[in-house]
Each structure stands twice: as structure tokens, then as C-alpha cells.
Design a binder for this molecule. Structure first.
Ligand SMILES: [Zn+2]
Length: 417
């Protein structure tokens, strides 16, 4: 039996290698179809950087002609140093020893290199400016983030780090890869030392700016990152999380922000820079109008309660007002019910509305002998609704207005018994 050899990682020496040839070492069928090769340019998920995607095909085709491209959807490390290429579809006619051609999705790889290299530069900027070490890095589909070990972080500090990182990109500094032993590394002042697993370390050297150990794929000149845009920053358990986008992602994000802002500005017929002021003004107006509305509703309910009480004759020692409205909501009929029962010492109001939902409010003046909560439950059981309340005030809702009029008439009947 053959001892499994580690996969030769071509991306270690050339992160711009998008095409390569290799030999199949192992064909896996479960849990998912996958291939293990003797060498690969595919980067497996690790160190916060997402795996590559791309295609594998038989190098020479087969007897029937060109070989179909197999889509590589995920790439992962095994514990013994091999790289597994997970494929979208089951594998046919590929056996160990077959010659394979691999093709990396270059657009994705470039994006990953930009985000990941930007992270090195940004993390170094936070250390150089404010002595804030990065404790973790996350690469997402939309944005990336680093977690900084710091108790405080200000907007000014975020902007300063962003500025320095962009200056390093504009400098177009070389990004070199060196291999050293752990002992040699000890004296080099690395930003971050990996856990003591390996004896040889791969160092990523952003000239005269950052030196750190990393196994990922990086640009060869900082100018290839393009630029970096810092976004949200927020307190997290261990410190502060800073979100960022680099390269084309920064442009795409800035474009989307601009489109959103432009759309908002056009709603106010304003310049984009005046949007905060315009929104503030609009909110103030809304608050003032809401206050006015509440006051008008109070006044309306007050006068409507007076006229309803005036036109309702007293019977059996009380004034019973039954009304169904189609143009006021629950809050308004509740307000009306309260006004009626406060203006009169012996009133009972059985009110309902059909708009926007069917709702009912029953109320009686303090000291009256009925139980509005119990009456409400009785009515709602006929209507298939839910609700309840106290002896003097109850409310509820029903699924439809069907039977509402009869139910209210029935409730009025009950009170007259
Ligand atoms: Zn790296």
C-alpha cells in the first residue's frame, strides 16, 4: 500500500498561475465526488482566505474526443497535507494515474488575492499607527473584516489606517515570499507568528512595511490590490471589528453606495451631500405632523363623543351607543370609547371598525354593572376572533366583518336583558 504523499502546492511559488497539468492520485466518490492530484494551483480554504473554484479536465481527452470540464466547487486541505478538489458532478472514466489539466477561475482568484493582500497591509497599518494587533480575519462574498485587539477605536483612527494602507498600495511596493526556519524567524520581528506546527515558515514581505507568516495567495506588487475602502466598524467581544473591501470590490461597493445615495437624494430633489440634512428635516416635520394629528384626533373624538351622547336617549338608566365605522382604525375607536365613557357617568359604548382590520372596542363608564371583558369574549367566539380586557374596557379583532352587525346587536340585547 502506497503512503499518501502531500500535494505539491503550486500557488506557493506563483499565485498568478491559473493553468497547470497534474496527475490524479486518488478518486473519491463519497460523501462527494472529488479528486486528489499530485500537484495543484487550487488554493484550499485556510487562514481566513476562501478556496478557489475552477475546472479540471483530462489532459489528452479520451478516445471519444475532448474531455468534459469538471467544475471544482470547493477545495479543502486534509490533515495529512493533501488537497481535495470537490466536483459538482460524479466522475466518469478518471482513474489514478490519469493526466489532468486544471484551470483556476482567475477573476475569483484575483479578487481573493486583492482582499487577502489588502488585509496584510491594513493589519500592518493598524499596528504601525496605533499598535492594534489583528486577532482574526474573515473573507466573505461581499466584504471582509478583521478583528482588532483594542478597547477603543475612533472614526479618525479608522480613516488614518485606511489612508496609510492606500498610500502603501500607491507606492506599488514589492510583495516577496521568503522561507525561513522558526529560529531564523524569531529575530525578524514578524507581525504574527503562526502556532508552532512547522519548522519552516513562509514569510510574506511587503517591502519596508510588513513581514508576516502566511500560506495564502498574494499579489506581487501592492499596486495590484488597487485600493481599500473601510466600511463599518463595531465593538465585538474581543475588541473591534472593521469591515473593508479592496480592489474591484471597493469600486463595486462605492458604485452601489453612490446609486443608493443618488436615488435617495432625488426623492428630496436635493444634492447627495444634503441628504442627511434633508432627511433630518423630513423626520422633524413628520414628528410635528404626528403631534398635530394626535391633537386633532383627540378633539375629533371629544366632539364626536359629545354629539353621540346628545343624540342617544337614556334607556334602562344608561346610554347605549352602538356603532360600526368603516373609516377609522382601532386606536381611534378606542379613543372615542374612552371619551364617551368619561363624558357620561352612565354610558356603554359598543364600537367596531372594519378598516383596515375588523376590530371591536367595548367600554362602560366607571361604576357600571356590566363586564365588558366577558361580553367581548362572548361576541368574539361568534365571530371567530380573539381578544379580551377588563370589566370597563375590552378590545378584540375578528377575521372578517361577516356577522359583525348582528353580533353587536346581540351584545346590546344582552345588556338590556
Ligand atoms: Zn496572507
Amino acid at each position: 500500500m502506497l503512503v499518501s504523499a502531500m500535494t505539491d502546492r503550486l500557488y506557493y511559488s506563483d499565485s498568478f498561475l491559473y493553468n497547470f497539468d497534474a496527475e490524479v492520485r486518488d478518486v473519491l466518490e463519497s460523501p462527494r465526488p472529488a479528486l486528489i492530484l499530485d500537484r495543484t494551483a487550487f488554493y484550499p480554504t485556510s487562514g481566513g482566505q476562501i478556496h478557489d473554484t475552477g475546472w479540471l479536465s483530462l489532459a489528452d481527452g479520451d478516445a471519444a474526443g475532448a474531455s468534459p470540464k469538471l467544475h471544482v466547487t470547493e477545495v479543502a486541505d486534509t490533515e495529512d497535507g493533501r488537497i481535495v478538489h470537490y466536483l459538482e458532478a460524479p466522475i466518469k472514466d478518471i482513474r489514478p494515474g490519469a493526466r489532468i489539466h486544471g484551470e483556476i477561475d482567475a477573476a475569483h482568484r484575483r479578487d481573493h488575492m486583492q482582499q487577502h493582500s489588502a488585509q496584510h497591509v491594513l493589519s500592518a497599518a493598524f499596528v504601525r499607527l496605533f499598535n492594534m494587533p489583528t486577532v482574526s480575519f474573515h473573507m466573505g462574498d461581499d466584504y471582509c473584516s478583521i478583528d482588532l485587539d483594542t478597547a477603543t477605536l475612533t472614526k479618525e483612527q479608522v480613516e488614518a489606517a485606511e489612508k496609510l494602507a492606500n498610500e502603501v498600495m500607491i507606492d506599488n511596493r514589492p510583495v516577496d515570499v521568503h522561507y525561513v526556519t522558526r529560529d531564523e524567524a524569531a529575530g525578524l520581528g514578524l507581525r504574527k507568528l503562526p502556532p508552532a506546527e512547522r519548522d519552516q515558515l513562509r514569510l510574506i514581505d511587503v517591502r519596508d512595511f510588513d513581514l508576516t507568516a502566511c500560506g495564502g495567495t498574494h499579489v506581487t506588487q501592492t499596486g495590484q490590490i488597487g485600493g481599500i475602502l473601510l466600511r463599518k466598524f463595531e465593538k465585538v467581544r474581543q475588541g473591534y471589528r472593521v469591515e473593508f473591501v479592496a480592489g474591484q470590490r471597493a469600486v463595486v461597493t462605492a458604485r452601489r453606495d453612490y446609486a443608493t445615495l443618488t436615488e435617495t437624494a432625488s426623492l428630496f430633489s436635493a444634492h447627495i451631500y444634503d441628504v442627511p440634512q434633508q432627511v433630518g428635516k423630513a423626520l422633524e416635520e413628520i414628528r410635528a405632523l404626528r403631534k398635530q394629528l394626535e391633537q386633532s384626533q383627540e378633539e375629533l373624538a371629544d366632539s364626536q363623543a359629545s354629539s353621540l351622547l346628545a343624540e342617544t336617549p337614556e334607556a334602562n338608566g344608561r346610554k347605549l351607543i352602538t356603532e360600526i365605522f368603516a373609516d377609522r382604525d382601532l386606536n381611534l375607536i378606542k379613543l372615542l370609547a374612552q371619551k364617551i365613557t368619561r363624558q357620561s357617568p352612565n354610558a356603554v359604548a359598543l364600537l367596531a371598525t372594519t378598516h383596515p382590520q375588523v376590530a371591536l372596542v367595548f367600554a362602560q363608564s366607571a361604576g357600571q354593572a356590566h363586564d365588558m371583558g366577558a361580553l367581548m369574549k362572548e361576541v368574539l367566539s361568534k365571530l371567530g376572533g380573539r381578544g379580551g380586557g377588563s370589566k370597563d374596557l375590552a378590545q378584540g379583532g375578528a377575521p372578517s366583518a361577516q356577522g359583525l352587525e348582528a353580533a353587536l346587536a346581540g351584545a346590546a340585547e344582552t345588556l338590556n336583558r
